[in-house]
Design a protein. Sequence first.
Length: 133
Amino acid sequence: MSEVPQAERELLAGAERRLGSFILLLVPPGTVVAAWQWGGGTAAAFAFGGVLAYLNYRWIVAVVDTLVRAQKAEVPRRTYVKLFVPLALLVALLYVIFSRSWVSVAGVLAGLFLMVAGVLLEAAYELFLGARG
């Protein structure tokens, strides 16, 4: 297995930090727009979905880091917990959405898609950096 050069590791670590920041930075303006257009219930659902998207991203990063660092055949049990907790939260979220009429399905889904928006912002940023130098 080849070692990743230090410069590339630093670039990837920066992208990882920025992606989490992009997700968090998109929650407040998205919540304001949702409140303005569709009301407080949808705005709260959007904010909830956005926070859930950020937590999911952090859990994915933690699991991948643990698996990469393990370098042994046995993976700690905590890693499996971190892998399946987001799935359990998603099941709970779906239960709440479909059992309670006050939760906006569209708002939660829009908030969950902030991870996609964050990835697009990071890709645009990387393209900008590549074009500059």
